[in-house]
Design a protein around this ligand. Sequence first.
Ligand code: ADP
Ligand code: ZN
Length: 218
Amino acid sequence: MKLIILGAPGSGKGTTATVLREKYDLAHISTGDIFRANIKNGTELGIEAKSYIDKGALVPDSVTIRMVEDRLSQDDVKNGYILDGFPRTLAQAEALDEILAKNGSSIDAVLSIVVDDEIIKDRVSSRRVCEKCGASFNVRFKPTKVEGICDECGGNVIQRADDKAETVAARLKTYYENTKPLVDFYEARGLIVEGSNDRSSDECIAQIEDGLKAKGLI
Ligand code: ADP
Ligand code: ZN
């Protein structure tokens, strides 16, 4: 099963993708996580990406597309995967079609996570992530057992630089301008499976699974 997950920053797409990855044994390809790993390791890609990410802007398509093409050529994607955070622009979506077409492959479904904007701003400002393993927490809704320490791996739990209120507004704007149109792009192909994540993550996942069943994918 080859999936894309679309949703605003803070919509919970990363959390949803993590649950589905484990349940259906998919590779989880998060472009945000790949960029953050590169930033942490001080690679050339990381240095370039950081200047955009810190502003809440998108990393240029050429850089991002090359990175994803490389990731999709690795062995662990053979059983299926979930693309989280890519594509984010129409140019990226078209490039993805071309990359997949080279292998006679295509996307099976596009999960669209829908959340009210006010809820998003609220959630992102209280979101915290583990520096080491990327696990995500929330000081209000899902606190760590010990303050500042990851429940999963004992790593340091911090606020992402781009989760500060000033940057969140820029990221939401970027999302509506560049990424939201992709919902229509994939809707026209009949690929959209919607999940409403205003309330609980479990309900959202159940709704998505119903949609995947209706498509005969699970
Ligand atoms: P979120 O969805 O919560 O905004 P991500 O972890 O997916 O967070 O992405 C963090 C940042 O990484 C984005 O704001 C953007 O700057 C950059 N980024 C991630 N994926 C892409 C992409 N496909 N194209 C361009 N920039 C990207
Ligand atoms: Zn951790």
